[in-house]
Design a protein around this ligand. Sequence first.
Ligand SMILES: *Cc1c(COP(=O)(O)O)cnc(C)c1O
Length: 392
Amino acid sequence: MNVPLLDLHPQMTLFRDQILDAVTSVIDSTRYILGSEVSGFEEEVAAYCGTRFGVGVSSGTDALLVSLMALGIGPGDLVLTTPYTFFATMGSILRVGARPVFADIEPGTMNIDPGEVERILEADRAGEQRIKAMLPVHLFGQCADMGRLLQLADRYKIPVIEDAAQAIGAQFPLVENNAVTWKRAGAMGALGCFSFFPSKNLGGIGDGGMVVTSDADLDRVLRSCRNHGAEPKYYHARIGGNFRLDPIQAVVLSIKLPHLEEWHRARRRNARLYRELFTRAGLADNPVVLPAEAHGNVKGADSANYHIYNQFVIRVPRRDALRRFLQDNSIGCEIYYPLCLHQQACLDPLGYGSQSFPVAEQAARESLALPIFPELQQEQIAYVVDKISEFF
Ligand SMILES: *Cc1c(COP(=O)(O)O)cnc(C)c1O
């Protein structure tokens, strides 16, 4: 049996005719930059997330970049983030001339640890006060502990940019006015960043991204930043860049967005089946650590975070040998991520390599992502678990 890590054919086949019609009408219109397709899709995403505004940009990376630009973060500033994420989280901080400060992760969710965040912010307040923003990542489709992170951001007076590239539609129980409100990823901080890279839960036919916010001033500045800082056209009070979302991507994403919840449910169903089968095989917890679904850490939040499983990441001993074994058995799997950000060679001149984040470093040694895409068949999941069982 062949089990790919991700297969985009079923979605492509389902929407092929609709997508061709929509793309053809963009081509025929000869309006190729922004326009009603992009603004319409921006409104749809904002409505889905529960924010006032959405600003379409060229990628998830550029969503992070324009967000940092919009907050005026640059040389001399520090941004607090996680060492265990895709490179773009840190790359965007470095690109605006700022520097990352890392807080280690929680062992369960592998998201940034609020206890570490507090320790670092407290030390910064007592010292140079250079930390100008917090950039938590909702890793693999599960929200970081936004309840505690927002409290800290409020106490230390810094804005939060959510890297929700892997988590569009994920939900977190926030306490507001003594009641629990379920909030979508991206709608809790000052700014939320999404990616429409094809492997994300909502994927385009190329690159694309979006920033959501409910702050009208930030919305205005973001729109200016994605278009060379112009405001109005040909008048540049700031620099910005060309970070616009393409209308061809917008029409494709508009076709797919109404199906996103159904795809989240299918991914969650697949995750549940993995849990059942690993448990039945006697592998759960030892040696296969299953992905944790954290509770919101708030009173009244009786159910776990709404994890959208962009990735289903297990942790195992002898990870590299297991990976080779699965690949030899035609099972797609991937390591997210083999190296923490503070260990990346591009940081060598800055001397981050000597730092240590033991929880993140252990995650980088043990993590393995298994196939989880919505159209995966039950037999395929059973085959993956059987093969892992055979390996151990
Ligand atoms: C995918 C991803 C990005 C970047 O998105 P692109 O659209 O590929 O530029 C940023 N952060 C995280 C956590 C991601 O997974």
